[in-house]
Design a protein around this ligand. Structure first.
Ligand code: ZN
Length: 129
């Protein structure tokens, strides 16, 4: 299994990791199959969305903060319940098809690491199925 670290810069941050996934596929000589990208954290996630226009990421962040406010009389004493909820909503993993050595992604799609309780150094696992 392959892993790499992601250094996040703020509390709420979406960071493109597509190139790191591509490097794994190249280094491992994976030509065809399915890879799983997994985030082993309870206040982070992984998602696939538009990577070309950064305003899409800004809108995602803005709306997630509206749906799941930072403070809302949560029970969890650590004070980061909003991050836990966002993590479950977005999800800890994505499966991506690989064909002829390339990730099968749409023209505008990128893979994002989602930080909801940063800044921290986080881990991402990638494995071919
Ligand atoms: Zn917590």
């Amino acid at each position: 299994m392959y892993s790499f670290n992601v250094k996040t810069g703020s509390r709420f941050d979406l960071i493109k990791i597509t190139d790191k996934i591509k490097k794994f596929v190249k280094d491992e000589n994976i030509t065809d199959g399915i890879i799983t990208v997994f985030v082993p954290h309870t206040t982070a996630a992984v998602t696939i969305n538009e990577g070309a226009d950064p305003s899409v990421v800004e809108d995602i962040k803005k709306e997630l903060d509206e749906i799941i406010p930072l403070h809302d009389n949560y029970s969890h004493m650590e004070g980061n319940s909003a991050a836990h909820i966002k993590s479950s909503l977005i999800g800890a993993s994505e499966n991506i098809m690989v064909e002829n050595g390339s990730l099968v992604l749409g023209t505008w799609q990128a893979v994002f690491f989602c930080e909801f309780d940063g800044p921290r150094t986080r881990k991402v696992y990638v494995k071919v199925n």
